[in-house]
Design a protein around this ligand. Structure first.
Ligand code: UDP
Length: 310
């Protein structure tokens, strides 16, 4: 297959490109590098099955492909606050352009949506039928509402054009290639612990998240790209091992052997209090299961940060 991956130089996108090329597919990786990084795809450059296109996903794209995977978007709260307008545009106009490539080629479209469509959820765990609790004018709205718009646009393409599509709601994911300045909790805590600096817990640390290692996530994306039963479905992908942020801080300290203190800082506005995916649909439709435990995953990221130049 020839697959367009928008955001292919990003954290998750580059791991997906690696996997697709390893499976024998041809990949066109499109990225404007606003949060992506060429170092993430340096192992693929020069491979005849891989082509990098420096472009913004909001511009019209003319390509002949067999599948479109739309992953382009800033994804860290720090990034999408800084790049609020870009975030809104890549998930609205960018989704439209990517959908048009899929429609014109008559091929499958995969959307990297997010658990943020559930906002600060009033239900836990979150199943795909939960409609969410999003503040439309808060600091996270640029990401949450743009992803919700994208889901609505895809649903309209499905109804009007019979577009083949699968929407993945991706929960917290971590792994190598997260940027040092990404701002999300896993790189922050690991880098702070390694440097012997205080671990910055926002709020009282009782808020929860459920962390999925990137290889597990990419396996789920790969299945969603190739399994026919996924078409027309909205599917949560992540790990359902819920934990508090304070427990994560303790775990990172334990794994790194760090004597860093824990310091408490103010909780960002609209920070979700609980987040845990229901994974029944991923398990039955994709026959998928997250396999890599939190400790194992964290150790791999610690090693990666220690080995990769600052
Ligand atoms: N967080 C934290 N310290 C940090 C960064 C994040 O306590 O240095 C908290 C943040 O407030 C949130 C959770 O960790 O409750 C996960 O934040 P992250 O930015 O990783 O992703 P989110 O799930 O909020 O999109």
């Amino acid at each position: 297959m020839r697959i367009l991956v928008t955001g292919g130089a990003g954290f998750i996108g580059s791991h997906l490109c690696d996997r697709l090329v390893a499976e024998g597919h041809d990949v066109v990786c499109l990225d404007n590098l606003c949060t992506g990084d060429l170092r993430n795809i340096e192992g693929l450059q020069g491979d005849p099955h891989f082509r990098f296109v420096l472009a913004d996903a909001t511009a019209p794209i003319n390509l002949e492909v067999d599948t479109v995977a739309h992953l382009a978007s800033p994804a860290s709260p720090v990034d999408y606050s800084r790049l609020a307008v870009e975030t809104m545009l890549v998930n609205s106009l960018g989704t439209y352009q990517a959908l048009e490539v899929a429609r014109k080629n008559g091929v499958r479209f995969l959307m990297a949506s997010t658990s943020e469509v559930y906002g600060d959820p009033l239900e836990a765990p979150q199943g795909e039928d939960y409609h969410g609790n999003v503040n439309p004018v808060g600091p996270r709205a640029c990401y949450d509402e743009a992803k919700r718009f994208a889901e609505a646009l895809i649903s309209s393409y499905q109804r009007i054009y019979g577009q083949q599509a699968v929407i993945l709601r991706i929960f917290n994911t971590f792994g190598p290639r997260m940027r040092r300045e990404d701002g999300r909790v896993v790189p922050n805590f690991i880098l702070q612990a390694i440097a012997g600096e205080p671990l910055t817990v926002y709020g009282d640390g009782t808020q929860t998240r459920s962390f999925c290692y990137v290889d597990d996530l990419v396996e789920g994306i790969y299945r969603a790209l190739t399994v026919d039963a996924a078409l027309g479905e909205v599917i949560n992908l992540g790990n359902d091992g819920e934990m508090t942020i304070l427990a994560l801080a303790e775990k990172v300290k334990e794994i790194t052997g760090s004597h860093s203190e824990i310091t408490y800082m103010s909780l960002p506005e609209d920070d979700p209090q609980r987040r845990q995916p229901k994974l029944d649909k991923a398990r039955t439709i994709l026959k998928w299961e997250p396999k890599i435990g939190l400790e194992d995953g964290l150790r791999r990221v610690v090693e990666w940060f220690q080995e990769s130049p600052a």
